[in-house]
Design a binder for this molecule. Structure first.
Ligand SMILES: N[C@@H](CCC(=O)N[C@@H](CS)C(=O)NCC(=O)O)C(=O)O
Ligand SMILES: [Fe+2]
Length: 296
């Protein structure tokens, strides 16, 4: 990492309680430029309603702090909520980005949804990030670590001293993300986690979900040192033990309740389906596509 990697951005997390997701604004205090990471577009599956309550919270924070949005980033195509990237791009004009391997996720789900016309070239985003790539947020240097395992396309954005690891490691008392979605792989997840934990111990780690174990308050910030010492799926565990533990646990987890809703929106960069001739938008659900999934 370059010297400026020790720069300390301001990081604001926004917890979204419906799906236990954490959205971030990471900003450079000097230039007031920022990136939004993993914003959520609200969706109520019971009524089919969408809303921008979360995105509006983020926009209010940005306006209140005089920030300029440079980037709207997703760490991976989410399986449990809609991305608000398209909505926020419309509002701010900032560039959207995701990991370049999203094209493989698009190919996978194009088959599942039977969308022969769907473009699987990542053209739905302004920029596709590859592992090892550098970029910046204001004057703060940033980099990308390819972090597959939870999905084929997952990336970690490291902005100054802060790593946005999303669904790799959660808080130390929560362990790690699941690795059983189409394209997921427990061994790859272990290797991705190892690469994150090779960052300096003082690196701040910001996770993408918190499921409040034992009903505690939501938390999302830790450090590499803390994770190495205390993460209950990782500390003192070998690669083989992790793979075994992860695969056994994944067999017991029902699919996220919105997986079939979310992927068809998120592989289109967070765009809702186009309206039909009556002006209404419809989602499409394959039956029996996720073989072997535990019933919830
Ligand atoms: N019950 C949640 C599950 C969401 C879920 O599966 N989350 C993924 C991240 S997208 C995960 O890694 N979960 C780990 C776990 O539940 O232990 C839902 O239905 O949305
Ligand atoms: Fe996820």
């Amino acid at each position: 990492m370059p010297a400026a990697a020790t720069a300390r951005p301001d990081v604001k997390g926004f917890y979204e309680a419906r799906t236990g997701s954490v959205q971030y604004v990471v900003s450079d205090p000097q230039t007031k430029r920022c990136a939004i990471i993993d914003p959520v577009l609200d969706f109520d599956e019971k009524s089919g309603a969408t809303a921008t309550v979360q995105a509006d919270r983020i926009l209010d924070y940005i306006a209140g702090n005089d920030l300029t949005v440079e980037w709207i980033l997703d760490t991976h195509p989410h399986a449990d909520h809609f991305s608000a990237a398209a909505f926020l791009k419309e509002r701010t004009g900032a560039s959207t980005g995701i990991g370049s391997e999203v094209v493989r996720v698009q190919k996978l789900w194009k088959e599942i949804y039977n969308w022969p016309e769907f473009a699987t070239d990542g053209s739905q985003w302004d920029h596709l990030f590859v592992g090892g790539e550098s970029f910046s947020v204001g004057s703060i240097e940033a980099g990308v670590i390819y972090s597959p395992g939870h999905t084929l396309a997952s990336v970690t954005y490291v902005v100054g001293d802060s790593a946005f690891v999303h669904d790799t490691i959660f808080m130390p008392d929560s362990g790690t993300a699941r690795a059983d979605f189409p394209g997921g792989d427990a061994r790859q997840l272990w290797r991705s986690i190892s690469a994150i934990l090779a960052l300096p111990d003082e690196t701040r780690v910001f996770s993408g979900h918190d499921y409040q174990p034992n009903g505690r308050e939501p938390r999302w910030e830790s450090t590499v040192g803390e994770q190495k010492r205390c993460n209950n799926h990782v500390a003192g565990v070998t690669e083989e033990q992790f793979v075994e533990l992860r695969q056994a646990r994944d067999k017991t987890l029902p699919m996220p309740k919105l997986i079939l809703h979310a992927l068809q929106v998120n592989i289109r960069g967070g765009r809702l389906p186009e309206p039909e001739e009556n002006g209404a938008r419809y989602l499409k659900f394959p039956l029996n596509a996720l073989k072997g999934a535990a019933w919830g």
